[in-house]
Design a protein around this ligand. Structure first.
Ligand SMILES: C[S@@+](CC[C@H](N)C(=O)[O-])C[C@H]1O[C@@H](n2cnc3c(N)ncnc32)[C@H](O)[C@@H]1O
Length: 363
């Protein structure tokens, strides 16, 4: 894909996912590149050498993230006034003029982060993961050993400490939590106990283990800055929940090991009196086929050792098809052992909220 097409594709994705600001900015960068000459010059200069970065870590998001980082560090001059993430107000013409000005005047600063693949840790995905955890708790009644692959900063390992508000305005989890996910859940899910709407028994997490090939240390300024810079500046709800989760993580740090998914599951084993939950969100696509098969085969082996007193659950929130002819969607899928039954529990959005509970056994 050429540079202009890549920028336009990302602009469209930003529009679809709720960032009119990035949709506009990246669309204008694409227009400038297409126009060539003086309009294109600041961008072709700053992006030189990176034109082939593609896919999920593509150049458009590297550029946008690098500029956002300068805004967050108060190194972006007039541009900050247009960035809602630092209290500014987005206005398309002024923002574009200041954006071009920064890229033209500070190319070296903008280039500092172009060699990094964007890295996020989307706290909203906890809405789906926690709904699955509630189902596991309902079914087993056991305390949870939570194990995550592709944890990034490990923020979703604190999911049981967030506050969730369902479609009826009922509050679940920790009402005093700095993370509040409004409109998190719709449908007849496991967050209520039967028809009277009483809240279900909340999961008790007794152990948390995270892993990632490139973990982000959220106890450092650099780690917090990285996770913040890649959240789109006009998505204020995402910024709020990230800020809240970073506060929680500062009080109760969760260690994320530097370890690939395959290596982590090698060490997995059921433990009597607990349910072991291996979960992950939006990371499966980064594993090569061999590592995917290795993780699944290991789960089958560990599942074969599972008993009703030491069960195993595999909970995933990943883009996938439910049936061959379906479009891809973000599905929360639960596999449980003993037995190895698979259920498609819920659908969510890319950034997690809201989660629509559907439940069903795999066909
Ligand atoms: C899009 S992020 C999602 C992070 C987090 N799960 C979330 O939902 O916010 C994907 C993560 O997978 C990690 N990753 C990529 N390849 C991996 C591998 N082979 N084993 C473990 N983690 C991997 C990346 O470093 C990155 O942190």
């Amino acid at each position: 894909m050429d540079l202009e097409a890549a920028l336009r594709a990302q602009a469209q994705a930003c529009a679809a996912l709720g960032s009119p600001m990035y949709a506009d900015l990246l669309g204008r960068v694409a227009d400038a590149v297409a126009a060539g000459g003086r309009a294109a010059a600041p961008f072709t200069r700053v992006l030189a050498g990176y034109e082939d970065a593609s896919g999920p870590s593509g150049l458009a998001l590297r550029l946008a993230g690098s500029v956002h980082r300068l805004v967050l560090e108060r190194r972006a001059g007039a541009l900050a006034a247009y960035y809602p993430s630092v209290g500014g107000t987005w206005e398309p013409e002024g923002c574009w003029a200041a954006f071009v000005g920064l890229v033209a005047d500070e190319p070296d600063a903008v280039r500092e982060w172009l060699d990094r693949p964007p890295q996020t840790n989307e706290v909203g995905r906890s809405a789906a993961l926690t709904a699955g955890l509630l189902e596991v708790t309902r079914a087993t009644g056991l305390p949870v050993r939570l194990v995550e692959i592709g944890s990034s900063g490990g923020l979703n390992l604190l999911a049981d400490r967030f506050c969730y508000v369902d479609e009826h305005g009922r509050v679940h989890g920790d009402e005093a939590s700095p993370v509040r996910l409004d409109g998190a859940w719709t449908g007849p899910g496991p967050w209520t106990d039967g028809t009277d709407g009483r809240p279900a028994v909340w999961p008790t997490v007794v152990e948390r283990t995270g892993s990632d090939v490139r973990p982000v240390d959220v106890t450092t300024t650099a780690g917090r800055l990285a996770l913040t810079a890649y959240v789109w500046p006009d998505m204020t709800a995402r910024h709020e929940r990230l800020r809240g989760a970073l506060r929680l993580a500062a009080e109760t740090p969760v260690t994320v090991r530097t370890q690939g998914a395959g290596d982590l599951v090698d060490g997995l084993a059921p433990v009597e009196g607990t349910v072991t939950v291996l979960w992950h969100s939006v990371m499966w696509q980064y594993l090569d086929r061999d590592e995917q098969e290795r993780v699944l085969a290991r789960l089958d082996d560990v599942g074969a050792q599972a008993t009703p007193g030491a069960p195993l659950a595999h909970l995933s929130l990943e883009p996938r098809r439910r049936r061959r002819d379906d479009d891809h969607a973000f599905w929360l899928v639960l596999r449980t052992w003993p037995g190895g039954e698979t259920r498609f529990l819920a659908r969510s959005r890319g950034h997690g909220v809201p989660v629509d509970w559907v439940d069903g056994t795999a066909g």
